[in-house]
Design a protein around this ligand. Structure first.
Ligand code: KG4
Ligand code: ZN
Length: 365
């Protein structure tokens, strides 16, 4: 068995171009040797969302330089790497092609194995690198493109317990911000505006409350925000602050109710098997203080450890892609062939059906 493996990771599935070198020791510990990210936020801000064509071009322009930087920072030559990994899906096809083709070219030229990684698996396994977490655990992924509750049983072994049936949570923040004339990305803007607002002024809906399924729904909330703003137009800054605060109150209450069901299910299924259950949160929305606090409280109340990797590793990055490849390799899972095609849609749990209305945008993860 190898004492340690060193992997170059590439991430280009949405609007971050990233490269990183990660080492994994045979005892399961990991070490980040370099972590370079170029965020395309400014390129897309004027359009109020990610423009696929602009994203793909930016990846082409930036990726080679970033890979060079990641190798230099890690003091690593390609020949000394054990493998090359790239996100192969889900995500925007243009970006996926750029990242995967680059990884294939490097792998072919240096005669190294290629790992085509599922972006969601990267998010799912990050907490093992940052916090040395043991299986099984629950993952709540809340980003611009996904809202999922996933049971992480092992490397390559995932069970999706819940997903959004319409908008992703970050998307709900972004659309609400747009509706209210706040800048992109909407999450931080809504959170900032809400700080001066009255969260009880407007009673916004709590979608799927009481529903036995573990799914999420946010599009009704967005519609309610539109109607509320319309009914008091023209809105003042105070109105906007109150709507944002009320939106966050509704979101937090909804998440609380939805997530608690998953914690209870985990407790039932793993009673006596898993001594210290844990909930991991990942994705850009995990930065939201009110949501984070609600999840922390919920974990404390239900006897769960709350794990939130550092923000930089919660949002899109290449460390998680290299790490996922290292974990797959350590488990003895096969590398991928150089014919591997990118997969814009690629559920983590292949057994879970795509829900109606889910993934219409399908771009961000
Ligand atoms: O994980 P991420 O950086 O990118 C992907 O979606 O892949 O997540 C971005 C999303 C955006 O929708 C953004 O509005 C949201 O995360 N977000 C937030 C906050 N910061 C970022 N949502 C709520 N509160 C925040 N503070
Ligand atoms: Zn992501």
């Amino acid at each position: 068995m190898e004492r340690s493996t060193c992997i170059l990771g590439i991430e280009t599935s949405c609007d971050e171009t990233a490269a990183a070198v990660v080492r994994r020791y045979s005892d399961g510990r990991g070490e980040i040797l370099s972590d370079v990210v170029f965020s395309q936020l400014e390129e897309h801000a004027a359009f109020g969302g990610v423009v696929p064509e602009i994203a793909a071009r930016a990846h082409v322009e930036m990726l080679d330089g970033l890979v060079g930087e990641a190798l230099r920072e890690a003091n690593m030559e390609i020949d000394r790497l054990d493998a090359i990994a790239a996100t192969s899906g889900p995500g925007l096809i243009g970006g996926l092609i750029v990242g995967l083709m680059t990884a294939k070219a490097l792998a072919a030229a240096a005669k190294k194995p290629l790992y085509a990684i599922n972006h969601l698996e990267g998010h799912a396994l990050t907490a093992r690198l940052t916090d040395g977490l043991d299986f099984p655990y629950l993952l709540l992924l809340v980003s611009g493109g996904h809202t999922q509750m996933v049971l992480v049983r092992g490397v390559g072994d995932y069970e999706r317990w819940g997903t959004t049936i319409d908008d992703a949570l970050g998307e709900a923040f972004d659309k609400t911000a747009k509706l209210l004339g706040l800048p992109y990305p909407g999450g931080p803007a809504v959170e900032k505006a809400a700080m001066d607002g009255d969260g009880n002024r407007f009673a916004l809906p709590r979608p799927l409350r009481g529903d036995k399924r573990l799914d999420f729904s946010f599009s009704g909330l967005k519609t309610a925000v539109r109607q509320t703003a319309g009914s008091i137009a023209p809105v003042t800054d105070k109105d906007i602050a109150d709507i944002c605060a009320s939106f966050q109150t509704a979101i937090t209450a909804t998440l609380h109710e939805r997530v608690e069901r998953s914690l209870k299910r985990f407790t039932d299924e793993y009673a006596g098997i898993c001594e210290k259950p844990a909930l991991v949160v990942a994705g850009g929305v995990a930065a939201n203080h009110m949501i984070r606090q609600a999840l922390e409280d919920l974990c404390e109340k239900n006897g769960f450890r709350f794990v939130a990797p550092p923000h930089r590793l919660c949002t899109d990055n290449a460390v998680m892609i290299a790490w996922a490849a290292a974990e797959r390799r350590a488990k003895g899972l096969a590398a991928d062939s150089l014919d591997t095609a990118p997969r814009p849609r690629w559920p983590l749990d292949e057994r879970s059906a795509t829900l109606i209305g889910h993934g219409k945008r399908g771009a961000k993860a």
